[in-house]
Every structure is written in C-alpha cells, then in structure tokens.
Design a protein around this ligand. Structure first.
Ligand code: ADP
Length: 499
C-alpha cells in the first residue's frame, strides 16, 4: 500500500470515528458517501438519496442551504439554525471538493449543537447564580485586580460605602476606600495577606480595619480576604467584610444603658429612702406643732416668745405639708384612674419643687385656667409627669430665666391642655427626635438618667393623651401635653395594676 493510500485509510477511519454526520454529496444533492455515524443513523439507506429529502425531509433544498452557497461562491459555507425536523439547533458546514476547476462534490458536516447549547446554558445559569449570590450577599464583597482596580462590588458594599455599583466598577481603586494614606494601607493589607499570621498564606481572617465611605465617613469593618491565584500567579484579591457600625453602636448603647440602669436603681432606692424619712418625720412634726400651740396659749408668755412660737408653728406646718406631698408622691401601688383637677395637681407639684435651690432666680409664671373639667387620670403618674417636665425646664435654665405653667381647654373641647415652658437654651434640632427615647440624655452622668421624658411619654400615652415639644434654639422650650377630659364614657374610677 502506497503512503497516499495509508493516509486515506487513516482519514477515513477518523471520519468514521467522528460523532457527527459527514456526507459527501454531488452537485445535484445526491449523497454519494457517508461516514459511519450517518450510515448507522439511516440504517445503511443513505447512499443515493437526495440530502434535503432524507436528512431534512424537504422537497427542495433548505433555506440558506450551505451547499447551494458553496456552489454559488466556490467557498466553504455554514448554516446555523433550528431545523424543523429536529427542533434542535444544528450547524451544517459545507466544503467544496474540486476536480480541476469544477466543483465535483461537496462535503457536508452536520453538527448537533444541542449538546453544546446545554453546556452553554448550564454555564450561564451557574454564572448568573454565582453573580446573584455575590451581588445579594449580606456582607460587603469587593474584589480588585492586581493594579487595585475594583472588579467586583456588590450591593452591601455599595450600601456601606455610598459608592454605586456602577461608579465603583467604572473608576474605583481599592486604596481609595482605605483611610489616610490609602495606598500604604492597601500595601499593608497585601503584606498581611501574603504573610502567615492572619489565617495562613494568601488569607486574612477577621481583620479589623476602618474603610472610608464616599462621604468621608470612617466605617469599622471585620474583613475576610484572600488572594486569588491562577497557576501560582496572583490574579486578584477578594474581600468579604461586615460593617461593624451597628454592632459597635449597640455595644456602646448597652454599656450606657447599664450605667444608667444602675443610676435609675439608685434613684429609685433614694426615693424609697426619702419616703421612709418623711414618714419618720411626720410624728415629731405633729408633736412640735401641738406643743408649740399649747405653749402659745399660755397667758404670761412675752410677746416676742409668742412671735417665735408662731414662726415655729408656721415652719413646722410647712415641713408637714412637704412631708405629706412627698409621701403622696412616693406612694404608688396600683393605677387609680379617677377624675382629677389638673390645676390642683400642677400646683401641688410646683409647691414641692419651688423652694429647691434649682429654682433660685427663676421667675415662675402660672396661668391656670379656672373651671377646667376634670381629667380622668392617675394622680401619682400625673404628678410624675409634671415633675419631670418642670425639673427639666429648671435644669435647662440653670438658675436664670422664666418658668411658664399654663392650663387651658384644647381647641376640640374634649381635651385639656397643659404647657410647661422655659427660657432655656432650647433643644438642638438634631437631638430633638431622640429626647423621648429611654436613656437618651445630654446631661452628665449622675445628673440625668434619660428616663424623665420617656416616662412622661408613656404616662401621657397611658392616659390617651399626646405630648409634643416646640423648641427654638437660644429662646426656650415648651412641652405641650393634652389629656382627654373625663366624659360620660370616660369617667368612672378604675383600678388597674401598673404595667
Ligand atoms: P434627663 O433629664 O435625665 O437627661 P429626660 O428624658 O428628661 O432625661 O430628657 C432627655 C434630654 O432632653 C435631656 O438630657 C435634655 O437634653 C433634653 N431636654 C429635656 N427637656 C429639656 C428642656 N426643657 N430644655 C432643653 N433640653 C431639654
């Protein structure tokens, strides 16, 4: 056998091993030869058949038939389409076989593209899934190539840093999100990544560092990063980070709350102590008043001594009143909803407070509307409410200013309105939304617990009323409380345990 024959034999064997149809057709579309794959598919009935009628079950050549194209141009041609007979994507390639200058026959290779398409679709699905996983991960994910250019930037990273995904992918370099000398910081991270100390070579675990947002805000993060290698070559770095701001804020809040709870507890025990002391004072005060009165009635008492005794009685009575109010204040067991005179409640609270040093040099202006209808209220809670508002006003004025107490009917006549105003520094608009939050205080530890207004808020809520604040910086603050009047459906006496 000549070497040409040998080569031909090998080629024919190769064609037979080919897992797609290969046919040779004459210019009039008749099949003159076929490889084993095609022969087997058509049960040996293939030779002599017209290609379009056998292979594609058509009476005339296919649309865009590559054989027609090859015969027209003399050049190889390809047709890629979903053929009706198979309903599957196919690619049919056709090559001219020349004898001298004439096309003697055509070789046609029919690829079944469906297998390729399945692979491609699977690949695309996996790719989309991976992309969505990265994009929607709860933690921030940023990857950069070895020049530092950001190549992956997910939604959480966008939310934490303030850069949009598009702008990050367009022009952000990784060092731009590190503070101060960003390049130096990025280099340091690469050094750590390449070292062994934090999670092994090429990896960084739970590394705490700050990044900077677009608006310059520093964001503490916990970073997990790794280098992506391709055949030992560093190709990119990828970092998964968790924004620690919320966690740190909550930690600080918790610590503050703990300190304030301790403080509140201390205040509560002080209150109990005060009530105990007041109780103890009651009896001796009664005796002082009684004996002073007995003495005053003696006939031969000099006028000056009589005057002194009157003063003793007067002051002892003041002490007794204070003690009584204090006891009233401290006594609280069950919620007692009863019609109450709001003017009286306000006056009693004022009576308890006005002689305290905090009120020195503070002018008090009371405008209490007469004849107000009673309010269905728990008097203990209402006393606390007024006390908190009045104390805050006095503290804000720091021994200098005017305290205004005003009561009136509200516009809709089903509510009574109480206003506590001061000429203090006002409330910074930035903190205004927080003042009713429990434990929110701007006062020094020991001076404020941050509970006064949150307590006031819940007391007013409890009474079906509203509390709001109007404040003008450097001019003062007014707290306005409205409480529903005790109407026919809102009257009776009820006792409920305190929640
Ligand atoms: P505390 O008085 O213990 O701080 P509050 O809940 O009573 O707690 O008040 C919260 C904060 O609201 C205060 O720390 C203060 O900053 C602000 N505030 C309350 N009342 C006034 C007021 N009349 N004038 C200015 N600021 C006030």
């Amino acid at each position: 056998m000549s070497s040409d024959d040998g080569q031909k034999k090998i080629l024919l064997q190769a064609l037979d091993a080919f897992r797609h149809d290969v046919v040779i057709i004459s210019p009039d579309f008749r099949i003159v030869a076929a490889n084993r794959h095609a022969e087997e598919k058509w049960d040996g009935r293939i030779i002599g058949q017209v290609c379009h009628s056998l292979l594609y079950r058509r009476e005339s050549p296919c649309n865009a038939c590559p054989a027609v194209e090859v015969m027209r141009t003399g050049l190889p041609a390809e047709m890629k389409q979903r053929l009706a007979v198979y309903q599957l994507p196919r690619s049919v390639s056709c090559f001219p076989i020349f004898a001298q200058d004439r096309i003697e026959a055509l070789a046609m290779v029919d690829y079944d593209l469906s297998r390729m398409t399945n692979l491609e679709e699977g690949y695309q699905r996996a790719n989309t899934f991976l992309r969505n996983t990265l994009l929607n991960a709860v933690d921030g994910i940023i990857a950069a190539d070895m020049t530092g250019k950001v190549i992956i930037f997910n939604q959480a990273a966008a939310e934490a840093t303030g850069y949009s995904i598009a702008e990050a992918l367009d022009a952000l370099y990784i060092w731009q999100i590190y503070p101060e000398d960003g390049r130096q910081n990025a280099r340091e991270i690469m050094r750590q990544l390449r070292g062994e100390s934090y999670g092994g070579k090429g990896k960084l675990k739970r590394y705490h560092i700050d990044i900077v947002g677009k608006n310059g805000e520093r964001i503490p993060i916990s970073l997990y990063a790794s280098i992506i290698y391709e055949e030992e070559r560093e190709m990119a770095t990828i970092g998964f980070f968790h924004d620690l701001r919320e966690r740190l804020r909550m930690k600080a809040e918790l610590e503050r709350a703990q300190v304030q709870l301790l403080q509140a507890e201390k205040m509560a025990s002080l209150g109990k102590l005060a009530a105990g002391v007041a109780h103890q004072l009651n009896n001796p005060l009664g005796s002082i008043t009684l004996f002073a009165q007995l003495m005053i009635e003696e006939h031969d008492l000099p006028a000056a001594a009589r005057e002194d005794l009157r003063r003793i009685i007067h002051d002892a009575e003041r002490c007794r009143d204070t003690v009584r109010e204090l006891l009233e204040f401290a006594r609280q067991t069950r919620q007692q909803m009863q019609p109450q005179d709001i003017n009286r409640a306000l006056s009693r609270t004022l009576f308890l407070l006005k002689n305290q040093s905090l009120f020195q040099n503070i002018e008090i202006a009371c405008t209490l509307k007469e004849g107000l209808p009673p309010v269905r209220a728990d008097i203990q809670q209402i006393n606390h409410l007024f006390m908190n508002l009045i104390l805050n006003a006095a503290q804000a004025m720091r021994n200098h200013g005017r305290l205004g107490l005003k009561t009136r009917m509200a516009q809709d006549a089903t509510q009574v309105c109480i206003e506590v105003s001061d000429t203090g520094p006002g409330i910074d608009p930035q903190i205004l939304p927080h003042i009713f939050e429990p434990f929110f205080t701007t006062k020094d530890p020991g001076e404020g617990t941050g509970l006064g207004l949150s307590m006031a808020y819940s007391i007013v809520q409890n009474h079906g009323g509203q509390i709001r604040v109007e404040s003008i910086p450097d001019q003062g603050t007014t707290f306005i409380v409205t409480l529903p009047v005790a109407g026919p459906n809102n009257k009776g006496d009820s006792s409920e345990p305190i929640a």
